[in-house]
Design a protein around this ligand. Structure first.
Ligand SMILES: NC(=O)c1ccc[n+]([C@@H]2O[C@H](COP(=O)([O-])OP(=O)(O)OC[C@H]3O[C@@H](n4cnc5c(N)ncnc54)[C@H](OP(=O)(O)O)[C@@H]3O)[C@@H](O)[C@H]2O)c1
Length: 170
């Protein structure tokens, strides 16, 4: 199962200067719960925006075209093309294979746009300043919305958000 997972603001913004434009602990908790124990994939810019911090309990794939790029951590795999990732993923034992979560940024959603079985899309009830938008290339009409869960703002989360899950139409 290959899923895309991201958060966007009311105008589709996802990034600002290499990092997330907002701080929403409940949304980060949703990300953690969904991806824990699985494989997460991110672009090199997103990885470096996190100062190369490796999220615990998950295998991380970093995508770069730089063949010399190295990450000194056993939990990190570096791949240089989407097809190499898909070949690796398909070679996993289907009985034990983890889910693969494509976590961004924008270039990764373009690179894997035709590979998703499932989408986790968080829509934040606010507009922010930034420079990176969710790409327009993903064909939402190929998916069915199967759930939509509202999380109200609270004392730790300044903005309400809604998590929508979509499954590919078979
Ligand atoms: N809101 C969210 O849910 C969310 C999630 C993740 C990230 N973000 C934000 O998104 C922004 C970054 O997004 P971005 O689109 O600029 O960058 P990105 O997708 O994180 O990384 C882009 C890099 O990935 C590599 N790459 C891209 N296509 C490739 C391909 N086909 N094969 C191999 N490598 C490939 C290249 O690395 P090289 O240049 O090294 O070759 C490219 O520069 C940040 O602000 C981040 O915080 C937001």
């Amino acid at each position: 199962m290959i899923a895309g997972i991201w958060a966007e603001d009311a105008q589709g913004l996802i990034g600002s200067n290499g990092v997330l434009p907002w701080f929403l602990p409940s949304e980060l908790q949703h990300f953690k719960q969904t991806t824990m124990g699985q494989v997460i994939l991110m672009g090199r810019k997103t990885f470096e925006g996190m100062h190369k911090r490796v999220l615990p309990g998950r295998t991380t794939i970093v995508m770069t075209r730089d063949e010399t790029y190295q990450v000194d951590n056993d939990a990190v795999l570096v791949f240089h093309s989407p097809s190499a990732v898909l070949d690796w993923y398909q070679s996993q034992n289907p009985e034990t294979a983890k889910n693969l979560y494509v976590t961004g940024g924008a270039e990764m959603f373009v690179a894997f746009k035709d590979s998703f079985d499932r989408l986790y899309r968080t829509i934040i009830a606010g507009t922010f300043a930034g420079d990176t938008y969710f790409p327009k290339v993903l064909a939402f009409d190929r998916f069915t919305e199967v759930s939509s869960v509202k999380h109200p703002a609270d004392d730790k989360n300044d903005y309400a958000f809604t998590v929508k899950r979509y499954e590919i139409k078979r």
